[in-house]
Design a protein around this ligand. Structure first.
Ligand code: MN
Length: 415
């Protein structure tokens, strides 16, 4: 028998360029950044449901939210903290004493203290100088350390801030006791090669004891950039189930984990076979539908209709699938329609123990193709119309808002 492998794997050719941490620590942001997605809100019970499965899957750190946001949010964080999950529960705070206090009161063991770093954020949003940001950061880090918390220090917009300032700020907070430094690509403008350069420069200048990245998906590069960071040796990727998050979202948990496992052979220790279940739970609770062509958890990820593809898959799944669907807890689907070929029909008939002659098969194929083409799109169009109405404006409607303005007696009181 031919000893050549069925497929070549060139990842081995570049293996020496990768320096994965062991273990890689997954820091899930679904309940914080994910919840900041327009229209998404979780009740304390819903946060607990998601956190429970995240923890069972093996995610090590869960950001449960920002307690100072509202009494409900503080309650949600306390609920997750109180559940005794295996994962470490983290809560987030601005560099404000009251925010840090609010985290301490939840009983969370981990805190993420965040402040902005780029000039545009300092000048227009915070209206603070670099010195003021530095002072506030040091005070908050010390406050949290004094309370015995594990402290991650985060700057928003790190990669658009002056490097000299980033270096000074991160070195100072690390000296003040920060345990983990988080580099954020808040508006998703990095590309893998630039990010590699950035992180290597960051490591050379700052010498982080432990570090993390927070990548956004504005250009569809969040997962690629996160993998790049892990290749460089970053220990703790921020991820969100289904890539949820502000605007176009964050790096998707399932994509980062399965890319590590299946492309590089990294054993993450996570139960990948429960990722689809987790994805469906978050779809249901967030109300944000999974795109049909979403990697790994999209409804099409392991479906085949085209005759050539189905024929290939039936002969050997490696022809048109890079991994087995069972890896993420799914099954392969053969879709019948316009593009179906004979091989799929033979296979389908076999399910009922039926074999048939070629002329009958040709006739059946004609009917299946016609049936596929004749399927009306009315139902689909009605659904899309409703979907657009719901998702183009996911928050309160204008009508609801103006009703609230009237109910609050604001219109009549205009000066
Ligand atoms: Mn973010």
């Amino acid at each position: 028998m031919d000893a050549r492998p069925l497929v070549e794997n060139y990842h081995s050719a570049t293996a020496s360029a990768r320096h994965f941490a062991d273990p890689i620590v997954f820091w899930d942001e679904t309940l914080r950044d994910g919840e900041q997605m327009p229209g998404v809100h979780f009740s304390p019970e819903e946060k607990l449901r998601i956190a429970t499965v995240l923890s069972e899957v093996g995610v090590q750190v869960i950001d449960a939210g920002i307690p100072v946001v509202s009494p409900d949010e503080a309650e949600a964080v306390r609920t997750v903290v109180g559940a005794g999950l295996r994962a470490k529960i983290l809560a987030s705070a601005r560099t404000v004493a009251g925010d840090v206090d609010a985290v301490i009161r939840t009983g969370a063991t981990h805190i993420a203290i965040f402040v902005a770093a780029s000039e545009v954020h300092l000048r227009y949003k915070l209206k603070m100088t670099q010195e003021q940001v530095l002072e506030a950061s040091l005070a908050s880090v010390r406050q949290a350390k004094d309370a015995g918390l594990h402290v991650a220090f985060v700057t928003e917009d790190t990669v658009r801030a002056p490097f000299d300032y980033v270096e000074r700020l991160y070195k100072a907070v690390q000296e003040a006791g920060a345990d983990r430094l988080v580099v954020s690509d808040t508006v998703g403008i990095m590309t893998p090669l630039t990010f590699r350069w950035y992180l290597e420069e960051f490591a050379r200048r700052v010498h982080p004891k432990d570090w993390s990245v927070h990548c956004h998906n504005d250009f569809g590069l969040a997962v690629a950039n996160t993998l790049t960071a892990l290749e460089v040796g970053v220990t703790t990727p921020h991820v969100c189930v289904n890539g949820l998050g502000e605007r176009s979202g964050n790096a998707s948990l399932e994509e980062v984990v399965v890319a590590l496992e299946s492309l590089y052979g990294v054993r993450t220790g996570l139960k990948t076979e429960r990722l689809y279940e987790l994805s469906r739970l978050v779809e249901e609770v967030s109300g944000v539908p999974i795109a049909p062509n979403k990697a790994l958890v999209g409804y099409n990820s392991f479906s085949h209709e085209a005759g050539i593809h189905t024929h290939g898959i039936l002969a050997h799944t490696l022809t048109y699938e890079p991994l087995q669907p069972e890896v993420v807890g799914r099954h392969r689907q053969m879709i019948l329609g316009k593009h179906t070929g004979k091989a799929a029909l033979v296979e389908k008939l076999k399910e009922h123990g039926i074999t048939t002659t070629d002329p009958l098969l040709v006739e059946l194929l004609r009917r299946v193709k016609n049936g596929g083409e004749a399927r009306g799109k009315d139902e689909l169009h009605r659904f899309l119309e409703e979907y657009r109405t719901l998702f183009e404006h996911p928050g309160l409607t204008d009508k609801e808002f103006w009703q609230m303005v009237d109910d609050a007696g604001i219109r009549g009181n205009a000066p």
